[in-house]
Design a protein around this ligand. Structure first.
Ligand code: ZN
Ligand code: ZN
Length: 238
């Protein structure tokens, strides 16, 4: 009897301790100690299914898509962990616009688990924000992702050499036909020594114009293999 009471008490203490250490899951509010989102909700997230290896467009088999056969996407390979749908769109919105910078650790740890299995690039380069936008937001979400991925995968990050020249409107806010023009001369790449294999880091891949503008500059400086890593891939416009 005394033993039962003791065991009940230790169980209650353990539960109290675990509740003290936990935070509510962002999606279901149940207590969670490991991530911002609990393991049950992580298991339900919309992982990108079979897709084109070059641009991550979802297609029924892992084959090169028609757009890539026409060379529309300039990178050699794309890794996008999720399809940009509920609730990933909301979590990325929080990450970018609601000061939830801590979500970079959550997203990058899920990305790194998958990326650790492939041949890794020698350098990570986040898509830069214009200084004006950086000042408004307080952080560049792509740089935060890159920093976490750097730690987890032991790859250096270069945050200095790729620069944003203009404060372009967000691609997602523009009609499709204006998006390419919006990115014209948006970036500058400083002359620098770059390795032959680089991954660009961005939050979401939409039309691919942002990545194309950066890839063009990297190619001009002799980079041979260029990957694009994003948290999510939109499925519209392709
Ligand atoms: Zn949950
Ligand atoms: Zn493709």
């Amino acid at each position: 009897m005394a033993m039962n009471a003791f065991s009940k008490l230790t169980h209650q203490i353990a539960r109290l301790y675990s509740n003290l250490l936990s935070v509510p899951c962002l999606l279901c509010a149940s207590p969670c100690t490991t991530h911002a989102v609990c393991n049950e909700c992580i298991a339900e997230l919309p992982i990108l299914g079979s897709h084109c290896p070059r641009c991550a467009t979802p297609i029924s088999a892992n084959l090169t898509c028609g757009h890539c056969l026409n060379n529309r996407h300039k990178q050699d390979k794309t890794f996008s962990l999720f399809s940009y749908q509920t609730p990933i769109d909301r979590l990325i919105g929080d990450f970018k616009y609601h000061d939830s910078v801590y979500l970079s650790a959550f997203f990058s740890s899920l990305m790194a688990e998958q990326l650790n299995q492939s041949i890794l690039p020698k350098l990570l380069m986040p898509i830069p924000l214009h200084p004006k936008r950086l000042k408004q937001r307080g952080y560049n979400q792509s740089l935060e992702l890159a920093k976490n991925l750097s730690n987890q995968l032991a790859i250096p990050t270069d945050k200095y050499n790729l620069i944003r020249n203009r404060d372009t409107p967000p691609q997602i806010s523009l009609p499709y036909d204006q998006r390419k023009r919006n990115l014209r001369n948006a970036f500058t790449l400083k002359p620098c020594n770059l390795p032959d294999h680089i991954a660009l880091i961005d939050d979401v891949l939409t039309t691919g114009h942002t990545a194309n503008a950066a890839v063009k500059l990297l190619r001009q400086q002799g980079v041979i293999t260029i990957e694009l890593w994003t948290i999510a891939r939109t499925i519209s416009h392709d």
